[in-house]
Design a protein around this ligand. Sequence first.
Ligand code: C2E
Ligand code: MG
Ligand code: MG
Ligand code: MG
Length: 269
Amino acid sequence: PFSHLLPHSTADRRRQVDRRARVPQAVATELEGAMAANRIAMQFQPQFCCASGAVVGAEALVRWSHPQRGLIAGDELFRIALRADLARAMSDHVIAQALMQARDWEGGLHLSLNITAADLAAPDFPDAVAAALCASGFASERLTLEITEQALVHDLDGSAAQLTKLVDMGIRIALDDFGAGFCNFRYLKKLPLHFLKLDRSMVEGIADDRRDLEVLRGIVALAGALDLAVIAEGIESEAQRNAVVREGCFAWQGFLGGKPMPPEDFARL
Ligand code: C2E
Ligand code: MG
Ligand code: MG
Ligand code: MG
């Protein structure tokens, strides 16, 4: 049982190094195959204007349809891609696909795209987004990029500089999953943000718990004072939707309005 504490022989060590090198390589090959075979595809979840009730856009959410494991969601896909050293390549693939599918939408609908810490840290990321916008013909003013707190914690000043480059191109920035992490209010002050996306856990209780409603009120007031529009996510009931509309959120999304759907279905909607 304590063999792991004994010094390794050279042969042991070589075997370990081999294994470590091989596993990511196999995963990388699988991911590259999946991208090439179009098994990594976007779904779109509608977002609704609180004032008019109209669809104003959609959030792109990626799905990997794996031959053995079935549908794999975006957060897990990006964890796997990170381990295989393919997070940036995967992100470029996803962004290009989403923009190509969104450019034919009618009525100037907006597209929201999630990005990762690896994207934000990459010096060439703003250029990569510019190139993808150019290739698709999708107007930068119709694009919102969503970041989470985890993407910011390593280098706040660097992140702010990267985001500013994107904002200078006309892109808008949303702070995603607000309320699920540490809610560091310094981020609200230091970053060029346009939207606060309230995490599902923040809206879950608003229809039947007084304190949840007061927390929502406080955040909407703070956001308003900072010129940020609030988007409520994870809306599953009429009562929750009525509450976020009444309290002055800008937009909402959730299973009540529609689950993430294939592009054909969203275009029809
Ligand atoms: P997120 O950006 O916060 O996305 C919202 C998640 O909540 C989605 O899960 C969505 O399907 C789910 N959701 C939406 N409305 C409701 C609702 O009313 N009730 C419930 N229970 N859930 C709802 P999904 O698609 O599994 O994505 C999970 C996370 O994976 C996303 O969180 C995002 O962080 C990441 N992700 C997804 N697609 C991408 C992508 O294309 N790129 C990157 N970088 N990350 C992605
Ligand atoms: Mg999101
Ligand atoms: Mg979220
Ligand atoms: Mg999330």
